[in-house]
Design a protein around this ligand. Structure first.
Ligand SMILES: *[C@@H]1O[C@H](CO)[C@@H](O)[C@H](O)[C@H]1NC(C)=O
Ligand SMILES: *[C@@H]1O[C@H](CO)[C@@H](O)[C@H](O)[C@H]1NC(C)=O
Length: 436
């Protein structure tokens, strides 16, 4: 544990940024569990689907992958959850015809979970429009102040012209969502893309070209080069050099480096007791290591997941120092802003409320902030902020509630920017820290 990150306890306040881990690891599993009702589709998997689903849940518990994304988790969802013991799991969105079949089983908690339906589907082959497929999004909290945006997806199947059009539109929809909702953030995206690199019309390279994501299989098993020759995997696959349509993509951020260290088809672990398969897809695991930056860190997010995501991290220059803090507020917190000595200004929220500012001395730093949240129109927002500097001066805006927390920069660090979600007020907020 770095002494750099040891937190100053603030009397009578909840110090939310306590000594944080500066590195760690986690692993993921991506698995299409073939959970369509057996009368609709047996997926060429022998045996009873409910029994097989129970076995899948048992194996999730046994191997304890940190964040599991399942697809086609429809009719036998309860059987998987009955034998799985992950602490954090999404509630099902319903069986086939109703839900998307997408769920997450995790050892880590998350915020901002969202289900998004595809704008385009095709029944040219397969019955992709039978059920509202799509993707899911969540900000997973790996450690204090360490978030990664996780996406699960199940794209349109088939290779008829309309399938290709729908699938390319699906992948583009996720790529555009990442551009909006994961600005500045690390991302791990995995699931059933129904895509192959050798089918150009699928557009699977969009995540690399538009979002700067790396395909873990391409990186770790294919020499960093997108395949130009089609290879099919057996099921169970005993080798990792073949390509499946289930894929794992990732990127780090300016505050968190993320490295894929291990890729494996886990198929041999996911078998019935007599050796038959449990699904028509090979499950995939990838191990990751992460390390926080020594120049930028963040607090946890506070408030509600409404409004639009913003993140100043890409625009913070090297050796930043906050010179002016500005807030707007009245009954709630309308806006937060700050100006760096470089002249760069960040402003978020709306123009309501009353403006208040504090200009910092050259040896004075913004070191902690208290936020209070409350309910407005049945949604959570930030109502209040109290900034405190290294010399004990304060700046207040909005109206305090009884639901407050204080974020304090690690010793020797200061607040130099914001991230969160805003509209005409500040819905959700986190602080970006840099050393001084
Ligand atoms: C394994 O058991 C299932 C369920 O009883 C059966 O359908 C399947 O054929 C068996 N597989 C083998 C390889 O015997
Ligand atoms: C992958 O991660 C899991 C869980 O942390 C760990 O048990 C396993 O040893 C790792 N495998 C490799 C090859 O690093």
């Amino acid at each position: 544990m770095s002494s750099l990150l040891l937190n100053l306890a603030v009397a009578s306040l909840v110090a939310s940024f306590t000594a944080a881990a500066s590195n760690g690891d986690f692993n993921i599993l991506s698995f299409n569990v073939a959970g369509l009702p057996s009368i609709l589709n047996d997926n060429d998997v022998p045996g009873d689907k409910a029994t097989n689903a129970g076995t899948i849940g048992t194996l999730f518990t046994k191997y304890d992958y940190d964040v599991i994304h399942v697809q086609e988790d429809f009719a036998y969802h309860a059987d998987i959850y009955a034998t799985d013991d992950h602490a954090y799991r999404t509630a099902t969105s319903g069986t086939a015809g109703v839900g998307s079949g997408l769920n997450t089983l995790s050892n880590f908690d998350w915020v901002d979970f969202t289900r998004v339906k595809w704008a385009t589907c095709s029944d040219a082959s397969g019955d992709d429009c039978l059920t509202p497929k799509g993707f899911t999004f969540m900000r997973v909290l790996l450690s204090e102040g360490v978030y990664v945006d996780f996406y699960n997806l199940h794209a349109d199947a088939g290779t008829e012209a309309d399938d290709e059009t729908a699938r390319a539109a699906n992948l583009q929809q996720v790529a555009d969502y990442i551009d909006t909702w994961s600005i500045g953030n690390s991302v791990v995206l995995y699931g059933d893309t129904n895509s192959r690199y050798t089918r150009a019309l699928d557009g699977i390279t969009v995540f690399e070209t538009q979002n700067s994501l790396t395909d873990a299989w391409v990186e770790l098993e294919n020499g960093g080069v997108n395949p130009t020759v089609l290879t099919l995997c057996d099921n169970p696959s005993l080798i990792n050099t073949c390509e499946t349509v289930d894929k794992v993509f990732y990127r780090g951020s300016k505050q968190l480096s993320l490295t894929g260290t291990y890729f494996n088809y886990e198929s041999s672990k996911f078998l019935q007791s007599n050796g038959s398969i449990l699904s028509d897809h090979n499950p995939i695991t990838v191990n990751f290591t992460w390390t926080t930056s020594d120049s930028l860190l963040q607090s946890e997010l506070y408030g509600g997941p409404h409004g639009t995501w913003f993140n100043d991290i890409e625009s913070i220059p090297s050796s930043p120092k906050t010179s002016v803090i500005t807030f707007r507020g009245a009954s709630r917190l309308d806006s937060v802003a700050l100006t760096l000595t470089s002249g760069t200004t960040f402003t978020h929220g709306g123009t309501g409320g009353t403006s208040t500012s504090l200009t910092l001395e050259s040896s004075e730093y913004w070191t902690s902030a208290q936020l209070c949240q409350g309910q407005y129109n049945s949604e959570t927002r930030n109502f209040y902020i109290l900034a405190t500097t290294s010399t004990g001066r304060t700046l207040v805006s909005g109206t305090a509630t009884s639901d407050c927390t204080t974020f304090t920069a690690p010793t020797g660090w200061q607040i130099v920017g914001y991230m969160g979600q805003d509209g005409d007020e500040i819905d959700q907020l986190a602080f970006i820290y840099a050393p001084y």
